[in-house]
Design a protein around this ligand. Sequence first.
Ligand code: AMP
Ligand code: MN
Ligand code: MN
Ligand code: MN
Length: 277
Amino acid sequence: MRNVDLHCHSTVSDGLLSPTAVVDLAARGGVDMLALTDHDDVAGLAEAGVAATARGIRLIPGVEISVTWDRLTIHVVGLRIDPQHPALLAGLAAIRAGRRLRAERMAEDLARAGIPGALAGARAFASSDEMIGRTHFARFLVQQGRARNVAAVFRRYLVRGKPGYVAHAWVSLDDALGWIHAAGGVAVLAHPGRYKVGSEGMRRLLLDFRALGGKAVEVVTGNHTREQVSRFAGLAEAYGFACSRGSDYHGPGESFTLPGQLPPLPAGCVPVWQAFA
Ligand code: AMP
Ligand code: MN
Ligand code: MN
Ligand code: MN
């Protein structure tokens, strides 16, 4: 029985561990196939590949792309991509440039809410100025004593209707899947249970995703309840998608499901990694 984890983060985006440390943790947890899927960046893959070879585990090069679909933010994981493909690299660079401006606007919004210095504060938690996201702001707000932990920050700040939330146009689903496919990869709809759409909206999202060549849905993820796992396993079967499994691990103290510790895919799911054998 394989232990596959196809979604996790390193310090290249908003994880707390280096790519090497993520691979080590996964290997110790018994993972034999791992995808590192940092947000909008592939800069950790070379290091992760070296660590995976040393540990005797298979590294699938991945990325998690931020997309705006029907005014909603959704995440698409690209797996088995060529991390050097020019179209993919250019697309990801454009997203990161947008993050820079968004971070400035988030900091301005927090300043108006009486929290100064958030841009410099968040930057101190990020590994590059370009890869600043809400998690880095959340860590700064915890440091400032504004909330007990990152999860509590997200209830009070950084989400729609709260201080620090800035509406942002990411890239289209069309572009994201185009870059993933150009780079030879497979597109997976990440943690669908997180999207606030009704059943009709989910139907449209799955149809659009399929029409653009999307191949799989993340069924088992640290973000899903048991009910959501069953629901998305059923939807995957109904729409002809393969299924993925990924912890979405970000680091100690923030993610409580370690790489490789999730339940297996439900019976009847076609594993997306079958194609990677
Ligand atoms: P961004 O791409 O900058 O909008 O940040 C998105 C990231 O914020 C996600 O990948 C998670 O790491 C984190 N995040 C979003 N919502 C929550 C939440 N409710 N609790 C903890 N972390 C969250
Ligand atoms: Mn994240
Ligand atoms: Mn995500
Ligand atoms: Mn993720």
